[in-house]
Ligand binder design. Structure first.
Ligand code: SF4
Length: 228
């Protein structure tokens, strides 16, 4: 269940935009690049993901080449991302499905014309693609109004008291997507991630430096505990 209203979300967006800036949408990467990079990022950090992606592109400059390559060669190229024996067959299977859906073409541009909900469902049917990965592709490559919930956003949302303790990250994608207003989804997503990296870190959040502390359940509870 979501325990926050739209007014509070807009206030959080305003406060974070004051610190991290307004964000105008720009295409981050070609949709297939975005999709494969997000698959590579599963269970690893951005540095390892980027190294794996660069090695893959260096070894196979086109996605057609990746599609034709043996799984073991893909696995060797993406080793820095970890779990390469799982990710390599997944990448190949994803490319196969895209080609099948597209008369042999390796392109996801057809998603642009699809209604957002339909495009999300189409992506989620690809092997190993969950709600966050699907939402990232639609938000970053097409500017569609979706709100991917990554590990930082999930943690901050819980600390702020927006989500029940039992809500999973996958469910949080669906719940927050419904309540975050479309026009702030891109900015809020990026600014919450920046906040999670710099202030509301996994360990020892810097609450005294946080512009959200007056809206935060975690902070309120900590303050109460210190007074006892
Ligand atoms: S007050 Fe602390 S826990 Fe709450 S959002 Fe800010 S840094 Fe995170």
């Amino acid at each position: 269940m979501v325990k926050v209203d739209e007014v509070t979300i807009r206030e959080v967006d305003r406060l974070l935009a004051g610190v991290y800036g307004d964000r105008r949408w720009r295409r981050h990467a070609e949709p297939i690049d975005e999709l494969i990079a997000t698959v590579l990022s599963q269970h690893t950090n951005d540095i390892n993901r980027d190294r794996a992606f660069e090695q893959l592109k260096k070894r196979f400059p086109s996605w057609e080449q990746v599609l034709r390559a043996p799984v073991r060669s893909i696995a060797s190229a993406i080793k820095p991302a970890g779990l390469s024996n799982q990710k390599a067959p997944r990448i190949k299977a994803i490319l196969q499905r895209i080609a099948e859906a597209n008369d042999g073409n390796l392109s996801l541009e057809f998603l642009k014309e699809m209604p957002t909900g339909e495009a999300l469902e189409w992506l989620k049917k690809l092997p190993g693609v969950g709600p966050k990965t699907a939402a990232c592709v639609l938000l970053f490559s097409f500017g569609k109004p979706v709100f991917p919930v990554d590990t930082h956003i999930f943690r901050i949302s819980k600390r702020l008291g927006w989500l029940d303790e039992k809500v999973t990250e996958a469910k949080a994608n669906e719940l927050l997507d419904q309540i975050v207003p479309n026009e702030i989804k891109y900015r809020l997503h990026l600014n919450m991630i920046a906040h999670g990296r710099q202030i509301c870190r996994p360990q020892k959040p810097k609450c005294q430096d946080c512009v959200l502390r007056n809206l935060c359940e975690y902070f309120r509870i900590q303050q109460g505990a210190e007074r006892i």
